[in-house]
Design a protein around this ligand. Structure first.
Ligand SMILES: Nc1ncnc2c1ncn2[C@@H]1O[C@H](COP(=O)(O)OP(=O)(O)OP(=O)(O)O)[C@@H](O)[C@H]1O
Length: 302
């Protein structure tokens, strides 16, 4: 399985006079891990709901294709398509009164690629008891249950919409490890909608950034990182080198400074940096994200 591809054309969703998605033309390649990034209210959850067939586009359309779907189809009110798309939201969409094992049974009946062994193994690792009712689980364990359902569904398009926010750091690490291990075994299309940009960025292959319902950029993560550089070394040398450059972020620890700059460093600057003993690395995704979605960010910078 390589997963589903996604194509949206002029996708527009409004709530009254509020435009949640504004003419979105998006392509998600199948079989990759995509990061869906954007500030609060930028339209991430709305996009996730449309992809999962929970919501009908107002204008434009969304098409999913590939895997055993074959031809491109719209997800809305199409049971075949929606059984192959698993959206796990922060709320978890769980039945509070049901025991965990019933939630697993329900997922097994709805999900054609459900893997019961994986579900059992993940429940053990997250220490979630099968017999416990959902309402008796802590917030973090409820989130973890959502993650278990999302991974074990092995859906050709799996979307995690901030579904791991309630989990503590070790649990989130467990999720990331489990996701990467299972993705290596069964490649599929994964979308991670998140605010935890730094934490999630090592897993991402492609990044989509939304701002006020519009597409700011869509790019492989490596080429995004190539849009700038981080320069680390003695503070005075870093300051001298970065004078006149667009500095996105700065951090200082004692006499050492790290500056993130936008744009290509030309060869002269690179030579100058090396001879001053400075280290040059790729730009951090979080710094770039903050820059690209800052309210005063100019279109020309994007
Ligand atoms: N059911 C709704 N009724 C009215 N407005 C809505 C509804 N759902 C979303 N919106 C509006 O649509 C816009 C996009 O919201 P959405 O939840 O998709 O953003 P988001 O990027 O997921 O935000 P966050 O990161 O805060 O979760 C916002 O302005 C929001 O207020």
């Amino acid at each position: 399985m390589t997963g589903l591809g996604v194509r949206t054309d002029n996708l527009t969703v409004t709530f009254g006079d509020q435009v949640a998605l504004d003419g979105l033309d998006l392509r998600l390649a199948p079989g990759k891990i995509h990061g869906l990034l954007g500030r609060n209210g930028s339209g991430k959850s709305t996009l996730a709901a449309v992809l999962a067939g929970f919501r009908q586009p107002g204008v434009g359309r969304v098409l999913l294709d590939g895997g055993d779907l074959g031809e491109a189809r719209e997800p809305y009110e199409n049971a075949v398509v929606t059984s192959r798309v698993c959206l796990i939201r922060e709320s978890g969409d769980l039945y509070d009164a049901a025991p965990v094992k019933n939630m697993l049974g329900l997922a097994a009946s709805l999900r054609p690629y459900w893997d019961a062994d994986l579900a059992g193994d993940l429940l053990d690792r997250f220490e979630i008891p099968m017999r416990k009712r959902v309402q008796k689980l802590s917030r973090g364990k409820k989130s973890a249950l959502g993650v278990v359902l999302g991974l074990a569904s092995r859906a050709p398009l799996t979307i995690f919409d901030e579904s791991y926010l309630g989990m503590d750091v070790p649990s989130r690490q467990l999720f990331y490890d489990a996701l990467l291990a299972d993705y290596a075994e069964v490649p599929r299309t994964i979308v991670l909608s998140t605010h935890l940009v730094s934490e999630v960025s090592p897993m991402l292959e492609e990044v989509v950034i939304l701002d006020r319902g519009r597409l700011v950029t869509q790019s492989p993560v490596d080429s995004l990182r190539g849009r700038g550089a981080s320069i680390v070394g003695p503070a005075a040398a870093v300051d001298e080198l970065t004078t006149g450059l667009a500095v996105l972020a700065e951090q200082r620890l004692g006499g050492t400074k790290s500056s993130t700059v936008l744009g290509d460093l030309d060869e002269t600057l690179v030579r100058q940096a090396r001879s001053a003993g400075l280290e040059i690395g790729p730009v951090g995704l979080q710094d770039l994200f903050v820059h690209l979605t800052a309210t005063n960010s100019k279109e020309g910078d994007r």
